[in-house]
Structures are given as structure tokens and as C-alpha cells.
Write a protein that binds this ligand. Structure first.
Ligand code: FES
Length: 87
């Protein structure tokens, strides 16, 4: 799967939406890998904690964001996806 494959028609995936809403990207060079790594994590562990998310994203180098915002975005996506499952 590629970053484009996450999207469902015109609707962005919750991870993609959260990266935008949490301003988790600047140049965007690392963003596809960050999102795909987060998606792989969420597929095996739907509600990871912050430490697990940080560990999972650690192999993706970002020279812009300082990692806090991508982690915050993944936490937001996890929360949004949980709310959607419970709706
Ligand atoms: S947003 Fe620029 S390298 Fe991550």
C-alpha cells in the first residue's frame, strides 16, 4: 500500500486528516513514511500509547517538526478512529 491507497475516494484517512489538523508536517518529505508507519502500528494495535507511537515512528527521520506534532497527530487519529468505532 502507498500513502495514496489510504484515502477512501475523496475522503482522507483519519491519520492524514490528523497530520493536517495538528500541523504535523512542514516540508512533507517524511510525512508519507510517518503515516504509513503509524497505520501499520494501528492495524496491529488499535489503541497504542504515546511511548509505543514514539518507538514506532523512531526510524522515520524528520528534520522539520521535532516529532511532537506527528506523535500528537497519531494520538488524535487513534482517538478519532476509536470514536468512529463506538459511534
Ligand atoms: S516535515 Fe520536513 S522532514 Fe518531516
Amino acid at each position: 500500500m502507498t500513502i495514496e491507497g489510504l484515502q477512501s475516494g475523496p475522503e482522507l484517512h483519519p491519520l492524514q486528516k490528523a497530520f493536517v489538523s495538528e500541523s504535523a508536517l512542514q516540508c512533507g518529505y517524511c510525512t508519507p513514511a510517518m503515516i504509513m508507519a503509524a497505520n501499520a502500528l494501528i492495524n496491529t494495535e488499535p489503541e497504542p500509547n504515546e511511548d509505543t507511537i514514539r518507538e514506532n515512528l523512531a526510524n522515520n527521520l524528520c528534520r522539520c517538526t521535532g516529532y511532537d506534532r506527528p506523535v500528537k497527530a497519531v494520538l488524535k487519529a487513534v482517538k478519532d478512529m476509536k470514536e468512529n468505532r463506538n459511534a
